[in-house]
Design a protein around this ligand. Structure first.
Ligand code: BTN
Length: 264
């Protein structure tokens, strides 16, 4: 049902975005996909107060109680299909900047490949990119973003946190949405004008565990090496005794925590 109740706190929305607000949906990404299939424009945002079937990467569930931010954006970028993964990195940058805006003097947001956002070493947001292709051509991308604002549902796979747990006080998800869309608008402009290099540079400046030894599981195979950042396509660079490997999908582990990851 389209909402009348959750849009508290939302301010002026940056272009190219237009927000459709719902009280409760199964998944904002499913709703956005259906709208995109019906021709919804680039920049259409589906925002819900809660989700009954929120989903994360690798078919994981994304627990979605009221109080956190859940949105999915219809994007119709004019780029070759292999460049879709770049959108995840710029979404992560926008989320990182948004989280910091609500925690003045707080910790810097770090990014975990490919596009998890961490604060104080715990996951505060997740991003799920889903592309729709037609005859090898990209029809649209749905960028689903979940940010823990009021609470941090526990995950067996990684530690979690929320803006409130880090001292933001009570914030309306709509206020977080407004800042996020402004930051995303700005990063989309940068990307349109300059392609991936500035996004890659900014992402590397925030990369968690850069230069440290990490383990990345590709299929069932754990691979250990030094994390040397990302290449000009977003692939993870893992330096091992046998040379540097470029990894496009896998599950990164930092110590005990592991998150599902795929750059494609
Ligand atoms: C991850 O596994 O880290 C990605 C989580 C993505 C969750 C968001 S919440 C809004 C959108 N709707 C969904 O069902 N999933 C994404």
């Amino acid at each position: 049902m389209r909402s009348s109740g959750i849009d508290d706190g939302i301010g002026a929305v940056a272009p190219p975005f237009r927000v459709e607000a719902f009280d409760r949906v199964d998944s904002t990404s499913s709703v956005a996909r259906a709208l995109a299939e019906d021709g919804a424009a680039h920049g259409t945002v589906v925002w819900a107060g809660e989700q009954t079937a929120g989903r994360g990467r690798l078919s994981r569930q994304w627990s979605s109680p009221p109080g956190n931010l859940y949105l999915s954006i219809v994007l119709r970028p004019v780029v070759a299909a292999p460049r879709v993964a770049e959108l995840g990195f710029l979404c992560a940058l926008a989320v990182a900047e948004t989280a910091e805006a609500f925690l003045p003097g707080g910790p810097s947001a770090r990014l975990k490949w490919p596009n998890d956002v961490l604060l104080d070493g715990a996951k505060i947001a997740g991003i799920l990119l889903e592309g729709q292709f037609s005859a090898q051509l990209l029809a649209f991308v749905i960028a689903g973003i979940g940010i823990n604002v009021a609470s941090s549902p526990a995950s067996p796979a990684y530690p979690t946190t929320s803006l409130r747990a880090l001292g933001s006080g009570d914030i309306e998800p709509g206020a977080v949405l407004t800042i996020l869309l402004a930051r995303l608008s700005s990063w989309l402009e940068v990307w349109k004008a300059n392609a991936f290099p500035p996004v890659r540079t900014a992402w590397m400046e925030r990369a968690a565990r850069l230069g440290e030894t990490i383990t990345i599981r590709v299929g069932n195979q754990p691979n250990e090496g030094v994390f040397d950042g990302i290449d000009d396509t977003g692939a993870l660079l893992l330096r091992t005794a046998d040379g540097t490997r470029k990894i496009t999908a896998g599950e990164v582990a930092f110590g005990q925590a592991a998150t599902a990851a795929s750059a494609t």
